[in-house]
Design a protein around this ligand. Structure first.
Ligand SMILES: O=C(O)CCC(=O)C(=O)O
Length: 269
């Protein structure tokens, strides 16, 4: 089903429409199934056709988000099983909740060769990215619980390792890429680490990705799970609500380590 969505003529039209948009603004955001545009798109279509595309897109997106949400719940249940914690839905209940805070983002990265000699990538990273040096999406961790991404067959997605290197994730349009996000790091008291990642634009090929960001209800209290903690284990984080954390992400820069603000023994950055 997701494959059909990506290949559907609607998505091709969206890419076409996207060409009219401002080049800095390469994403469309759908928040809790309400389609919202990041910017004013100037269309070459009649308004009715535009409306029709919106309606069809919304129905495809709703169908996709519903299925991916189920997948997210299954993954969180498998994680709970792996961590040997009960009940099985201790994590997944936050995604299955009707008030779960879900965001779906569709990104388009047009081909882009390095036109910026002051690019912030060092030589090591240049070789990691096969000479490509244009950042498509700056480094960050996702603030929610988990993110489920799918892309076309264009590479560019990279993850950061503790030794300071960036590793390219091989493109595979038939697979999903699952990121552990900040809240899951907190709830597992650091057993799972939130994945720092970025996207480097390809010089020749256009990249399209769609990401489902699974967050809990806004007022959900976030702290390490009692069922996971060893008797003498200390919580690494102060308790906060998803609303507080989400508000903090809007006040910080994309690349900031936002979790450090909620860490018990570290100073805010
Ligand atoms: O385009 C991608 O594959 C990842 C984009 C991303 O990290 C994001 O939208 O937060």
């Amino acid at each position: 089903m997701p494959r059909q969505v990506l290949r559907s003529p609607i998505f091709q039209n969206i890419l076409y429409v996207q060409e009219y948009a401002s080049p800095q603004d390469n994403s469309w955001i759908i928040h809790n199934s309400k389609l919202a545009f990041n910017h004013q798109v100037h269309l070459g279509y009649d308004d009715e056709i535009h409306l029709l595309y919106r309606l069809i897109l919304m129905s495809l997106v709703n169908e996709y988000v519903k299925e991916v949400r189920k997948m997210g719940c299954n993954i969180l249940e498998l994680m709970a099983e792996g961590l040997k914690i009960e009940p099985k839905n201790v994590l997944s209940r936050m995604l299955s909740d009707e008030k779960a805070d879900i965001v779906f983002r569709l990104n388009h990265y047009p081909p882009c060769s390095d036109s910026n000699p002051d690019s912030d990538l060092d030589l090591n990273n240049r070789s990691m990215s096969h000479g490509r040096t244009s950042i498509g999406f700056g480094e960050h961790t996702d603030p929610q619980l988990i993110s489920i991404a799918r892309s076309n067959a264009t590479s560019g997605f990279q993850i950061y390792l503790e030794d300071g290197t960036w590793v390219a994730v091989p493109q595979d349009e038939t697979s999903y890429f699952i990121n552990v996000d900040d809240l899951l790091e907190v709830m597992t008291n650091g057993r799972f680490k939130s994945v720092r990642h970025r996207v480097v634009a390809d010089s020749f090929k256009s990249r399209v990705s769609m990401i489902y960001f699974g967050g809990p209800p806004l007022m959900e209290k976030i702290s390490p799970l009692d069922s996971l903690m060893e008797p003498d284990e200390e919580s690494l984080y102060n308790e906060f609500t998803w609303f507080e954390y989400k508000s903090c992400t809007y006040k910080t820069r994309l690349a900031d380590n936002r979790l450090s603000r909620f860490h018990k023994h570290s100073h805010p950055v």
